[in-house]
Write a protein that binds this ligand. Sequence first.
Ligand code: ATP
Ligand code: MG
Length: 159
Amino acid sequence: RKTNIHEMLDEVTDRFSFQLRQKNIRAMIVVDRDLKSAWLDRDQIDQVLDNLISNAIKYTLEGGAIEFSAHKQDAGTIAISVKDTGIGIPKKDLSRIFDRFYRVDKARSRNMGGTGLGLSIAREIVKAHGGTISLKSELNEGTTVTFTLPVLQEEGETA
Ligand code: ATP
Ligand code: MG
């Protein structure tokens, strides 16, 4: 359905407001001026966003920050990023991070809960929608996950 991107990102942070407050994590949203709305499969894209923010919260220490940003990559593509100031991912694990059930270092994830499916599901959904997903991370600095989605360009609108 037609979705205002800023509203969609507001709603994600609202769904996680309890966890954010609990860990005293600030959430920011930055949406490019020329990106207002797009036709999106909201149930599916919400699932991607929920997986990404839940990781960002889970793997960010108290007092950290999470930033959502969205911009138009080109006329037919939008890019949405979730950036955190969390624990990061070791270089050696980066190539397997989207694999099913893959979790970095059992020791650090043991008491965090989870099955290692979140990122693989996110990738499935993004791929099914014709987009791509990628992750950049620096150990002890933070992680940024970016996914793209093809969007319909509407007549007479810079959506
Ligand atoms: P689930 O999502 O099924 O609850 P999970 O969060 O462990 O479990 P994924 O979301 O697939 O699984 O993530 C895989 C692994 O990648 C995680 O175990 C974690 O080690 C690492 N990871 C994912 N996102 C981040 C992040 N934002 N910062 C640091 N590490 C991350
Ligand atoms: Mg996860």
